[in-house]
Design a protein around this ligand. Structure first.
Ligand code: FES
Length: 115
């Protein structure tokens, strides 16, 4: 499925291919490095999410945490802060700052992220 906003959104950033659609299974959480940035890519049943892979509380990877696909949230495995995959906002302490959220687009067989 191609994202209709693909070319429009590209004006405010740069779309980068992170992997192929077949490289991530439904329900999988993947840690990726792209342009020196650690990203956490998540594949739900019918959507992809991409957030910073570094917790805003301390320097631990969110990709090691557990995803709740019903609420679209991920829980940091270290101290338990839960972050929205849609907004990056923490839902509980100890984290108080959001993590960055990136738009994801599927173009053909490629997954692209707007950085
Ligand atoms: S490092 Fe993530 S909540 Fe503390």
């Amino acid at each position: 499925m191609a994202d209709a906003n693909y070319s429009q959104d590209a004006e405010s950033g740069s779309w980068k291919t992170v992997c192929g659609v077949e490289d991530i299974r439904i329900g999988e959480v993947k840690s990726l490095m792209l342009d020196g940035k650690a990203l956490c890519l998540i594949r739900a049943q019918d959507a992809f999410y991409c957030i910073d892979d570094t917790c805003s509380h301390e320097d631990y990877p969110l990709s090691s945490g557990e995803v709740d696909f019903d609420s679209c949230e991920i829980e940091c495995y270290m101290h338990g802060s839960i972050f929205s995959l849609l907004t990056g906002e923490p839902q509980n302490l100890p984290a108080t700052k959001p993590v960055d959220v990136y738009q994801v687009s599927v173009v053909g067989e490629e997954i692209r992220v707007l950085l």
